[in-house]
Structure formats: structure tokens, C-alpha cells
Design a protein around this ligand. Structure first.
Ligand code: DAH
Length: 338
């Protein structure tokens, strides 16, 4: 085939391809390079042209120039169409608002624990943590629950070995703090605890507690009452009243349970307070001398108070949640509300 035939073939192929070009920057440019780029079909024809005899050059020159011109014009037209559309597949509108990363937030029980801690921190309490896998000694014995003591029945325990268990309360942190520090000791200990209880709307196999402890010379029950009253008014509102009911815990003597007047109905009785006007929020008492003896603090010289509360229950009361299991299911539709 001579050059003229080949030139006609390129011209024909160009016209066929022209219909198929997609109107976006990259496709138009690829098409242009295929025919007019340095290694394209048309410059190849011109390279061949240089080796022709003068006579043949005369015959072919005009046609080749025509083909080149036609192709350039067609590509210009494509480019104009591209501009008139103004948008191609690569188009990106930099003025669009960005996609914000979805931020998580603290779990409602963590928020509640943090709020409780910050109130006590302002009163000079430091924060302490302890292990969730505890020994029988710290969880029970040092807290004046001897082996086989019936009070152990109050806390159904997950045992891991003979004397290793999942802590049933945050009170063992009291013991660890008193072993480490000398009085005055003023600590708050938030954390997760475990109990082998039948699961229901009211109780779950794991929940949280915040433990408080104050040990010094001449610490009195009166100070305990005053401190808890400041806390309750700060947390639940300045109108709440406190009620102390005698109770029993092995590690405190005397012991009490504390109720606040119902902050929903103001004490007149409603569904939340089961028409009693009161809500139980914590247990407390004066540190039992046996506990001081187990950590080597002289009970003749020092006294102290302790208290323990359940932030899950407090959050349930505050937000009107009637099933504790919701806190542990991780359902984002529930958690997002806080
Ligand atoms: N540890 C107790 C419980 O889990 C709560 C408690 C009661 C803690 C009285 C205390 C306290 O420090 O004085 O039931």
C-alpha cells in the first residue's frame, strides 16, 4: 500500500474514532495524542513523506496537509464542546462543604462518673484506680469480710481461682490507697465491678461504682453527712434533702444508706420514686477499726468515713432510663442521645 492509501485509511479511522470520543479532558487528550501526538498516526505519515521522491511528494503533500488540518479542526471542535459543558468527570467543586469525620463521645455512665469525680475533686479528693481482677484478700478479707462470713452473700462473686476474683465493688481500692498513703487520705475511686447476678432490667453482671474515703484525725460522721449533702445538692439540685437510714456493711461501723428526696416529684411521690418520695443513692459509714488494723493504721489515732455509689443507677434516675442493660449493649441509637 502506498502512502496515499495509508493516509486515506488514517483519515477514515480518525472519523470513525471521532464519534466514540468521550467528552472529558482525559479522553479528548488521549484521542489527540493517538493521531497528532509525536508518536501519533499523522506525524508518522509525515515522516514517511520525507523519504519520497520529489514527484511523489508533489502528489501526497497536499492530501497529508489536508488530513492534518481536518484532524486539528475536529479536535479543536471537541475542545470547544468540552469548554461549553464546563464540567467533566474529573470536575471537583472545591467550594463544597467537606465531610466532617464522625466524632464519638463519652458513654453516659463515664460522663456521670466524671461529673461525680469533679465535684469531689473540688473538695480536695484525689482520684485512685485499682485492678478489676482482684484477690480475695483485697475484695473481702481486708475489708472485714472473713472467709465464710455471711456478708459475702451480699455480693455474688465471679471467682477465677481459689482466691482470685473479679472485684465485686470498688472498696478494695480503699485498702490499696491506705497501704500506699499515710493519713490524711482523701480519695475517690471510680471503676467497673462484676457480680454474678440474674440479669434483668435492674441488675447486670457488670456495672460501675464510685468509692470515697477520707481518713484523718478526728473525722466524724457529721463531716460525712456534710460532704454528702454538698455533693447531692451540687449534683441533683440545691433543693434536694438527704435521709440517712441505718444499714450494715462489714467495713463500716456505723453504716448507713442514703436517700435523696425525689428530684422528679420533689418528694410528693411519683413512678420513679415508687411513690415513696425518696431515692436511694449510696451506702456509707465510718471506717471499721478492723479495716484500719488490716492496713496498719492506728484506729485509736485515726478515724475515717467511706461511701460508695452506683453511677449507672444515678444516670438511670437522672435520664429516666428504666433498663440498665441499655448501658452495656453499645446500641449507637441509644448512646447518641447523651
Ligand atoms: N461496697 C459497697 C457495695 O458494693 C458500697 C459501699 C457501701 C461502699 C458503704 C462504702 C461504704 O465505702 O462505706 O455494696
Amino acid at each position: 500500500m502506498n502512502l496515499l492509501d495509508r493516509a486515506e485509511e488514517v483519515r477514515f479511522q480518525f472519523k470513525k474514532d471521532l464519534f466514540k470520543v468521550k467528552i472529558d479532558i482525559q479522553s479528548v487528550e488521549n484521542f489527540r495524542l493517538r493521531y497528532l501526538g509525536k508518536k501519533g498516526y499523522i506525524p508518522a505519515l509525515f515522516r514517511e513523506f520525507t523519504s519520497l521522491s520529489v514527484e511523489d511528494k508533489h502528489k501526497c503533500g497536499k492530501i497529508l496537509n489536508q488530513i492534518k488540518k481536518e484532524s486539528e479542526n475536529s479536535i479543536d471542535t471537541l475542545k470547544q464542546r468540552l469548554n461549553s459543558i464546563g464540567i467533566d468527570e474529573d470536575f471537583f467543586d472545591y467550594t463544597l462543604p467537606g465531610k466532617l469525620p464522625r466524632l464519638g463521645h463519652l458513654h453516659p455512665v463515664t460522663q456521670t462518673m466524671n461529673e461525680i469525680c469533679s465535684i469531689f475533686r473540688e473538695m480536695g479528693f484525689g482520684i485512685e484506680f485499682g485492678p478489676e481482677v482482684e484477690t480475695d484478700y483485697y475484695n473481702f478479707q481486708a475489708l472485714n469480710f472473713p472467709k465464710n462470713h455471711p456478708a459475702r452473700d451480699m455480693q455474688d462473686t465471679f471467682f477465677i481461682g481459689d482466691s482470685i476474683l473479679l472485684r465485686t465493688h470498688t472498696s478494695p481500692i480503699q485498702i490499696r490507697a491506705m497501704e500506699k498513703q499515710k493519713p490524711p487520705i482523701r480519695i475517690l475511686a471510680p471503676g467497673r465491678v462484676y457480680r454474678n447476678e440474674a440479669i434483668s432490667a435492674r441488675s447486670f453482671c457488670t456495672f460501675h461504682q464510685v468509692e470515697g474515703l477520707y481518713v484523718d484525725e478526728n473525722v466524724t460522721f457529721c463531716e460525712l453527712k456534710g460532704t454528702l449533702e454538698i455533693f447531692a445538692k451540687r449534683y441533683f439540685g440545691k433543693d434536694v434533702k438527704l435521709r440517712f437510714r441505718p444499714s450494715y456493711f462489714p467495713f463500716t461501723e456505723p453504716s448507713a444508706e442514703v436517700d435523696i428526696s425525689c428530684f422528679i416529684c420533689g418528694g410528693s411521690g411519683c413512678r420513679v420514686c415508687k411513690h415513696t418520695g425518696w431515692l436511694e443513692i449510696l451506702g456509707c459509714g465510718m471506717v471499721d477499726p478492723n479495716v484500719f488494723i488490716s492496713v496498719g493504721i492506728d484506729p485509736e489515732k485515726y478515724t475515717g468515713y467511706a461511701f460508695g455509689m452506683g453511677p449507672d443507677r444515678i444516670a438511670m434516675l437522672k435520664y429516666g432510663i428504666d433498663d440498665i442493660r441499655l448501658f452495656f449493649e453499645g446500641d449507637i441509637r441509644f448512646l447518641n442521645q447523651f
